[in-house]
Design a protein around this ligand. Structure first.
Ligand code: RTP
Length: 156
């Protein structure tokens, strides 16, 4: 379990269309940036139905799947990001909070800004395997930046 907990661990984080519409992008990015994580990639994407279905393929048999796909493909862009750093997959899930915002810690993104599971603002990879799959689905290799943040030695 420890082998991926290095400074090079990466997670795919996506601000969903409600986060963009509600102009919460800066506040959300700040939580990752000020924790010390390194921004590796960021872009807006207006997802196609195919991309949304592929991203949520594991949930395709769930009753909320069609509603989830329409939410993600509302026509408002999402902000797709890759963040890197120590334990970022698990810590990213904590920053985001529980799936149902009513169960989310008040200091988390969902606990601070949302009340509805169907409009829960943000996605974070839930494992090393999903992070690898999702980064590959949303980004090309040459969209992932390689650099050393100035503060990296002080925070990681
Ligand atoms: P995400 O993948 O977006 O980070 O969310 P999650 O792991 O916390 O939750 P997951 O179970 O994977 O569900 C994915 C997204 O589907 C929507 N959902 N709606 N109406 C419902 O009961 C319901 N349940 C899940 C949410 O947008 C959830 O984030």
């Amino acid at each position: 379990a420890g082998e991926h907990k290095t400074a090079s661990e990466r997670s795919f984080i996506m601000i969903k269309p409600d986060g963009v519409s509600r102009q919460l992008v800066g506040k959300i990015i700040d939580k990752f940036e000020s924790r010390g994580y390194k921004l590796v990639a960021l872009k807006t994407v207006t997802p196609s139905k195919e991309l949304a279905q592929e991203h949520y393929a594991d949930l395709s048999s769930r009753p909320f799947f069609p509603g989830l796909v329409s939410y993600i493909t509302s026509g408002v862009p999402v902000v797709a990001m890759v963040w890197e750093g120590k334990d970022v997959i698990k810590q990213g899930r904590r920053i985001v909070g529980a799936t149902n915002p009513l169960d989310a810690d008040p200091g988390s993104v969902r606990g601070q800004y949302a009340v509805s599971v169907g409009r829960n603002l943000i996605h974070a990879s839930d494992s090393f395997d999903s992070a690898t799959k999702e980064i590959g689905l949303w980004f090309k290799e040459n969209e992932l930046s390689q650099y050393e943040p100035a503060a990296w030695g002080w925070v990681m």
